[in-house]
Each structure stands twice: as structure tokens, then as C-alpha cells.
Design a protein around this ligand. Structure first.
Ligand code: S3P
Length: 182
């Protein structure tokens, strides 16, 4: 379906929730641009996220994240996937609310852990007990993610394709005018 978006669709949620994978597929199906705030931060800094955290610290990263989000949200409407911590900053939530529909990809701990455990690209999980860290982050963040306009719970066994189909149907049910056919 070729869509003209009235505003951005902004995916929020924990690391491992599938924001980049589902966002890429959603944008492909709707024929709209896809951007990933983490990738944009890395491109602008010419460094990876672990390198940015190691050299400049988390506070620096969070400021870059807000700048990148503001830039992406000011562009032509598309699908934007955000880093897991982006939604935690009130300023970012306000920016997103002003320009887009926020969608929480709501995923349980075991699914998230299964997806992130093999990878070393998340500096926040470089702890002695990464699963415990992930669980603590999830518990702290879930009430904030719940402030998103849409709550989209992951379903066990969903592929990226089926999750994306369900998401398109859910967006259409919530806000039919957002996806205008072109
Ligand atoms: C973070 C999530 C990461 C990345 C950074 C911090 C977080 O993005 O922005 O490592 O605070 O949850 P993903 O959610 O894409 O892994």
C-alpha cells in the first residue's frame, strides 16, 4: 500500500523489541522513508554507539539523541525507530507528540533477553548481570513507555511480517486518517 502519512510513525520501546526490524518493514510496505535514530547518531558522529558511550558518556549521547530526533521529526513524515532510552526524556516525548504517532512495541523480558543476549553493542548491558540489568530497566521504563499513544504488544511466534501486518491494522483502527492512500 502506498501511503501518504499525515505525521510520522515513531516506534518506541526496549532494546530488542524489534523497532528497527519492524520499522524497516513497515516503511517498506507503506512506501515511506525509514530512519533509525541510533544509526543517524552513529553516522553524524562517525562512531559506533559503544564508542560514543565510552569516549563521551551517556549524557553526551542523550543530547545527540534529542538533536537527531528533532531533525528527523522536522523532515517529511516517515517511520522513525528510536533508541530504547529516547522515550525516557520528557523533551523527546514532547517533540514526538508534536510530529508523530508514538507506538510502544511492548515486549516481555524473556523475548527481549533472547534477542539481545548474543550482542555486545548495547553499552547499558555491559554489566556483571546483563539480564538483571535488562529486567530492572524494563521495570523502570514500562510505565513511561505506557505514555505512548499506541500500545502494540508483541505476540509469541510473530514473524516480522505478521507483526507488521498487525501493526498496520492497529494503526488503521486507531487513526484511519494517518495512512492516507496515495
Ligand atoms: C539504549 C538503546 C539502544 C541505544 C543505546 C541506549 C537504551 O538502542 O540507543 O545503546 O537506553 O535503551 P536500541 O533500543 O535500538 O537497542
Amino acid at each position: 500500500m502506498k501511503a501518504r502519512l499525515k505525521r510520522h510513525i515513531v516506534l518506541v520501546g526496549m532494546m530488542g523489541a524489534g523497532k528497527t526490524a519492524i520499522g524497516t518493514e513497515l516503511a517498506r510496505r507503506l512506501h515511506v522513508p525509514f530512519t533509525d535514530s541510533d544509526a543517524e547518531i552513529e553516522a553524524a558522529a562517525a562512531m559506533t554507539i559503544p564508542e560514543i558511550f565510552a569516549r563521551d558518556g551517556e549524557a553526551f549521547f542523550r543530547d545527540r539523541e534529542t538533536q537527531v530526533l528533532a531533525r528527523l521529526l522536522g523532515g517529511a513524515p516517515g517511520v522513525i525507530s528510536t533508541g530504547g532510552g529516547a522515550w525516557m526524556r520528557a523533551e523527546n516525548r514532547e517533540l514526538i507528540a508534536a510530529h508523530g504517532l508514538s507506538v510502544w512495541l511492548n515486549c516481555d523480558l524473556d523475548t527481549l533477553w533472547h534477542r539481545v543476549r548474543q550482542r555486545s553493542n548495547r553499552p547499558l548491558l555491559q554489566t556483571a548481570d546483563p539480564k538483571g540489568t535488562l529486567a530492572a530497566l524494563l521495570e523502570k521504563r514500562n510505565p513511561v513507555y505506557a505514555l505512548a499513544e499506541m500500545n502494540f504488544p508483541a505476540r509469541q511466534g510473530d514473524t516480522i511480517e505478521t507483526a507488521t501486518s498487525r501493526l498496520i491494522a492497529a494503526i488503521r483502527a486507531t487513526e484511519p486518517e494517518l495512512l492516507e492512500a496515495r
